[in-house]
Design a protein around this ligand. Structure first.
Ligand SMILES: Nc1nc2c(ncn2[C@@H]2O[C@H](COP(=O)(O)OP(=O)(O)OP(=O)(O)O)[C@@H](O)[C@H]2O)c(=O)[nH]1
Ligand SMILES: [Mg+2]
Length: 471
């Protein structure tokens, strides 16, 4: 059993703001607040009805010193975030008033909350299931409106409802299979093998649909890492600036301008993109540039997608050919820059393509294909953005929302799907019902992990420690 001792934390970001909140939750939250709060009419917090906000002063009881003028929100169990008594002290939003009020509540019996401990209590007390608890953090961390919408829907219980529905279908199916094990010769209401299979197929399809939605869902939540690479002076930094629509990176005509990886965020059609401009790749002696090249190669390795920039106004260089050879076909887009100048290399799709030296090296292009742009004039950028989204989603269309956004959920769904698929194969063979039931139980457990019903302790701990303190 988890404890219901009283935890406290500053729930707003540290810095200067209009207000800042010290939050208390637990058995003694009201009692502790009573010790340090004085209202003009000497009203006790514990005697105030729930879901009210009262005005007064936080006062050091031993000296009578007023620490801050505050509004205190009183929320009594069970209709609260944690299902425990909660008191929120709305202080002035400065580091000192908040820190001193927190110190005072701790001195008077509360203990500092760990990361995500309020939400963990909400989960342990049944206020939220695990998928909903995880969504709380996703709402806070969302990088695009679409990502935030998906998180709010998950917090509302949208995903949980779908998982619960699949679990209920599974439970029903398990009951039939188990009844068959227990009373094989009795004339009980039993589903024929064909009917069992049909039900299992339905469950399989709904799991598949959820897994499919995760293709873009996971990008929505985690963002897509895109590295811009190529040899020096091809226009990598110019492209970064053009995409961001401001001069983020230094651009000069001198090769070797960028030395370090420069990162920024970009929103392309609702997908959050972490875009990285890198040092131009070439053999150099200069130590700083050499390190830059090493980091470029690392960024290229780590990226989900690579934009390999080639300078269309010059012949393919040995380094270009080397980089083309190194690039992974499925996640590289070949970007031919400087289309405003006379072209020496052209993509096969270009009307200017004369079958020059381009074909043998690029062929049909990377998984993302070939796109011709001018970073300087801003032409071709819309097509490039389309290609980035298309490559990220493997050419599938996207409605802008996603039921599954979390890789942990994807893994559990895949486990459940594998079990259901084995069940389907085995119902067609001679597998004894005992074994069939095992497959269904495994699928049930895997889905239970998403909601927190069957999630191991260490995973639970890992989930909540990712939260900020005070949430
Ligand atoms: N005409 C033309 N020039 C361009 C274009 N894009 C970049 N340039 C020029 O090419 C030169 C190099 O551009 P950068 O963006 O610094 O190239 P880079 O690939 O970042 O170079 P390094 O950081 O040295 O690796 C600059 O003089 C740019 O103005 C383009 O589309 N057309
Ligand atoms: Mg550069």
């Amino acid at each position: 059993m988890h404890s219901d001792d009283t935890i406290a934390a500053i729930s707003t970001p540290i810095g200067r703001g209009g207000i800042g909140i010290v939050r208390l939750s637990g058995r003694d939250a009201l009692k502790i607040a009573d010790r340090i709060f004085i209202s003009p009419k000497k009203k006790k917090i514990s005697a105030t009805p729930s879901h009210r906000i009262v005005y007064g002063h936080i006062t050091e009881p031993s000296t009578g010193e007023i620490i801050d003028e505050v509004m205190v929100s009183i929320m009594k169990a069970p209709r609260t975030y944690t299902r425990e008594d909660i008191v929120e002290i709305n202080c002035h939003g400065g580091a000192l008033p908040l820190r001193r009020v927190l110190e005072l509540v701790i001195k008077n019996g509360a203990r500092p909350a760990g990361p995500g401990e309020f939400t963990q209590r909400a989960f342990l007390n049944g206020r939220l299931d695990l998928a909903q608890a995880e969504a709380v953090l996703d709402v806070i961390n969302a990088m695009t409106v679409q990502g935030q919408k998906a998180a709010v829907e998950q917090l509302r219980g949208g995903l949980s409802d779908k998982i619960t529905a699949a679990r209920e279908q599974l439970i029903e199916l398990t009951a039939f299979v188990e009844a068959y094990i227990d009373f094989p010769d009795e004339d009980i209401e039993s589903l024929s093998a064909k009917e069992m299979k049909e039900r299992a197929l339905q469950i399989r399809d709904s799991l598949r649909e959820l897994i499919e939605s995760s293709e873009y869902g996971v990008i929505l939540r985690e963002g897509l890492k895109v590295a811009i690479t190529g040899r020096p002076n091809v226009g990598k930094s110019s492209l970064l600036n053009a995409l961001l629509e401001h001069d983020r990176a230094i651009v000069t005509e001198i090769p070797g301008t960028t030395r370090d990886v420069i990162e920024d965020y970009l929103n392309i059609g609702g997908l959050p993109i972490r875009i990285m401009d890198t040092a131009g790749i070439r053999n150099v002696e200069d130590l700083a540039e050499k390190e830059g090249v090493r980091r470029s190669l690392m960024a290229m390795e780590e990226a989900d997608m690579v934009l390999l920039i080639l300078d269309g106004s010059s012949e393919l260089h040995e380094t270009d050919i080397e980089l083309i050879g190194k690039s992974k076909t499925e996640n590289t887009i070949f970007v031919i820059n400087k289309s405003d100048l006379e072209q020496k290399i052209n993509p096969p799709s270009s009307p200017f393509f004369k079958g020059g030296n381009f074909v043998p090296h690029l062929g049909k292009g990377g998984g993302g294909g070939v796109v011709s742009i001018s970073a300087k004039k801003g032409t071709g950028l819309d097509l490039l953005k389309e290609k980035i989204v298309g490559t990220a989603l493997h050419g599938k269309s996207w409605g802008g929302s996603a039921a599954v956004t979390n890789t942990r959920h994807v893994h559990s769904l895949q486990k459940a799907l594998a079990s259901i698929e084995s069940f389907i194969t085995e119902t067609s063979g001679k597998t004894p019902p005992e074994f069939l039931a095992v497959e269904l139980r495994d699928a049930l457990d895997a889905l239970g992990e998403i909601l927190g019903a069957t999630t191991p302790e260490d995973i639970l701990e890992r989930i909540f420690t990712k939260f900020c303190i005070g949430k």
